[in-house]
Design a protein around this ligand. Structure first.
Ligand code: ADP
Length: 500
């Protein structure tokens, strides 16, 4: 069965087509309110600003809800609540008691996983199979992992005195709304901090559902406060004088502003910014696995991934057949309704992002790149972009240098491992990289040479709460995940001090 929103992917080279019946996930599990206030001191409150903004479905361009736009006065209330709760309750609570709350949050996330996944897909446009199988399970896993550390900080930092920093101001982007919330909130709470979190303006709904979950688990009021709004709300949080620690994930441009503001006030900050990862395939690689890895590396979550493998560096000796295979594989990728369980590539998060991707691809073609897009039918409504491969790309092209944050792969070639390293590192970013080769020694040598915080070998996009993630250079600094992700939320003092 086919229709406009469920195109039939076909593989022209083999002359057959695979048909998938529509398999839409039900939205009945989700209840969306008309209006959402701010979550401050354990309650939803009307914004002092009196300002609301809409959040829409990227796949249908339909209105989902109105959400409060927090002003500086609202942010001040939230920070005040976080401060009181830190002083009176959370900051002095024994770690084993904090852990119980974190475990409860993790278990609730698991129990309500379907609800969170559907809402994430509705508000953000990502395929349901990703929010269901990756975003929400990993978010729960982060809470489980950091729950385990809450009463073991003395083992995390043996012999050192540790204490929470206080109030953490956290700003997150729209590409992994719940996962980024978990990366930020779980370690902060485990370490004894209270939180004011600002979700991204295009994807606020799962954070607000999370606030309801916090009410259900009985988290003391003020421990987590959620202020929705756009950049101005984020800036008010960054500039608030009573915030003790800042954590930001988002664009490099905004990250630089936040770094300047934090530096001026002497507030510690963690920045997880953009990327332009090299995905390097050697001639001795397991080719079919590498094809799957490259596809996953760039088209996962529509390429809205800071660590996306957006630059394919393929060894010249296999470049032609490899790219041919890649194109054939791309033709079988299913683009369309994010709520359909068969969909591989969903909707672009916003019309602005779609315009940016479109512009960069046009510039790439104007600069001499060759465009390949499969012949898939895109839905009539919503923001969609055909998964794209650009060949003939030079290192100087904008498409090879700037972060596209979309389903667009630039292909470059190399002859020697040294050339692959030089090209991979020829970027202002340094977040991640991928290597495909059967030679272990080559993997180790390459990993050592690559200026990237995360290097995957013979796989890509693998995440685990125990494993630190973060970048070099314009990709930011500080790590999230693992013990490395706990440390920024603690003041680690001299040996032998008091531990809670
Ligand atoms: P993107 O370009 O991917 O939308 P941004 O860096 O603009 O990334 O957004 C990431 C997060 O930072 C969002 O929550 C956004 O509202 C917030 N933000 C944007 N501008 C500012 C700012 N000047 N100060 C603080 N936060 C901001």
């Amino acid at each position: 069965m086919t229709d406009e929103t469920h195109p039939v992917p076909s593989d022209p080279s083999h002359g057959f087509s695979l048909e998938y019946a529509p398999a839409p996930e039900s939205t009945s599990v989700v209840t969306i309110a008309d209006d959402y206030g701010l979550f401050i001191d354990g309650e939803f409150v009307e914004p002092r600003s009196d300002q609301m903004f809409p959040t829409v479905s990227p796949s249908a361009e339909t209105h989902l809800a109105n959400v409060a736009a927090a002003s500086a006065a609202d942010v001040d209330l939230a920070v005040g609540a976080a401060r009181r709760s830190h002083t009176d309750v959370w900051g002095s609570m024994p770690g084993r008691e904090r852990a119980k709350y974190l475990y409860r949050i993790a278990r609730q996330l698991q129990e309500r996983a379907r609800e969170f996944a559907v809402l994430e897909t509705l508000d953000g446009g990502k395929p349901i199979k990703e929010s269901r199988d990756v975003d929400i399970p990993l978010a729960a896993a982060h809470f489980f992992y950091y729950a385990g550390w809450a009463d073991k900080l003395e083992y995390a930092f043996p012999g050192r005195s540790v204490s929470p920093r206080g109030v953490a101001g956290q700003i997150i982007p729209w590409n992994f709304p719940m996962l980024m919330l978990a990366w930020k909130v779980a370690p902060a709470l485990a370490a004894g901090n209270t939180v004011v979190l600002k979700p991204a303006e295009t994807t606020p709904l799962t954070a607000l559902l999370f606030a309801q979950l916090l009410q259900d688990v009985g988290l003391p009021p003020g421990v987590v406060n959620i202020v929705t709004g756009a950049g101005a709300t984020g800036a008010a949080l960054v500039d608030h004088p009573d915030v003790d620690k800042l954590a930001f994930t988002g664009s490099t441009a905004v990250g630089k502003q936040i770094q300047r503001a934090a530096l001026a006030r002497g507030v510690p900050v963690t920045l997880e910014l953009g990327g332009k990862a090299a995905h390097i395939v050697f001639e001795d690689a397991a080719i079919d696995q590498a094809i799957e890895g490259v596809i996953n590396g760039i088209y996962f979550n529509q390429g809205h991934v800071c660590c996306a493998g957006s630059r394919l560096l393929v060894q010249e000796s296999i470049a032609e057949p490899f790219v041919e295979k890649l194109k054939r594989r791309l033709a079988t990728v299913r683009v369309g309704d994010p709520l359909d369980k068969n969909t591989d590539v969903g909707a672009i998060n916003s019309s602005q992002q779609l315009a940016k991707i479109t512009e960069l691809v046009e510039v790439g073609v104007a600069e001499g790149a060759e465009l390949f897009q499969p012949d898939c039918v895109l839905p009539d409504s919503g923001w969609f972009f055909r998964p794209t491969i650009l060949t003939n790309v030079q290192q100087t092209h904008r498409i090879a240098r700037e972060e596209v944050f979309g389903p667009v792969l630039s292909v470059l070639t190399f002859r020697t491992p040294e050339e692959a390293v030089a090209k991979a590192n020829n970027t202002p970013y340094g977040l991640s990289a991928g290597i495909w080769t059967e030679k272990g020694s080559k993997i180790l040598w390459m990993a050592d040479q690559l200026k990237a915080g995360v290097v995957w070998a013979n796989t890509y996009n693998q995440f685990d709460p125990t494993s630190p993630f973060g970048g070099y250079k314009e990709s930011g600094f500080g790590r999230e995940g693992g013990l490395h992700g706990l440390a920024p939320y603690l003041s680690v003092g001299p040996m032998g001090g008091q531990i809670r």
